[in-house]
Design a protein around this ligand. Structure first.
Ligand SMILES: [Zn+2]
Ligand SMILES: [Zn+2]
Length: 183
């Protein structure tokens, strides 16, 4: 089942691979929680975050950590459905808490995933929607994270430009948007 889902596992267990010969897969740098989540997902196909979403910073950090590690692991194993589902659930989790991707999460994702990865798109979207929301005023909440990663900054600026040109009917934040709402 594992092999049917993952090209990475299939290749790793083929004879000409060292791990294959030893009948075990050694994943030194992989986080064991993310690995456990991967196995869970393979059998349950469920990732949704059912934990509490409070205002505590420590709580938030834990939620963000879980998804970012899982995404990188899934990406590495070429489990594309899992990677995409992780990005979707990450967005839902952060939306529940009214949180933005943390500086640690953005750093980790930009160092460990390729350009235009699903989770990068989610991170950029969350920031852009935040920037356009009328009630978002406090630059302390986002400025530091945006400037912490040049590529993230570039992606956000491009998305800001794209949002300005967006047809009002396609704006996700509608009445709360600084430029797409008449109210
Ligand atoms: Zn959550
Ligand atoms: Zn808008």
């Amino acid at each position: 089942m594992l092999c049917a889902r993952s090209e990475f596992f299939r290749k790793s267990f083929q004879k000409d691979f060292r791990e294959g010969q030893e009948d075990e897969l050694y994943l030194p740098e992989d986080d064991s929680d993310a690995f456990a989540n991967t196995i869970d997902w393979i059998f349950s196909q469920r990732l949704a975050c059912h934990r509490k979403h409070t205002t505590s910073d420590a709580d938030q950090a834990e939620h963000q950590m879980r998804f970012r590690k899982l995404f990188v692991l899934a990406d590495k194993f070429l489990l594309r459905d899992l990677a995409n589902d992780t990005a979707i659930e990450y967005e839902k989790c952060l939306t529940k808490g009214s949180w933005l991707p943390s500086i640690e999460a953005v750093g980790y994702i930009y160092e460990n995933t390729i350009e235009k990865s699903a989770i990068r798109k989610v991170m950029v979207r969350l920031y852009v929607e935040w920037l356009f929301r009328k009630e978002s005023k406090n630059a302390d909440d986002w400025a530091g994270t945006i400037i912490s990663q040049p590529n993230f900054c570039k992606d956000v600026l491009e998305a800001v430009n794209a949002h300005i040109d967006l047809d009002p009917s396609r704006c996700n934040i509608k009445i709360k948007c600084r430029i797409h709402s008449d109210e």
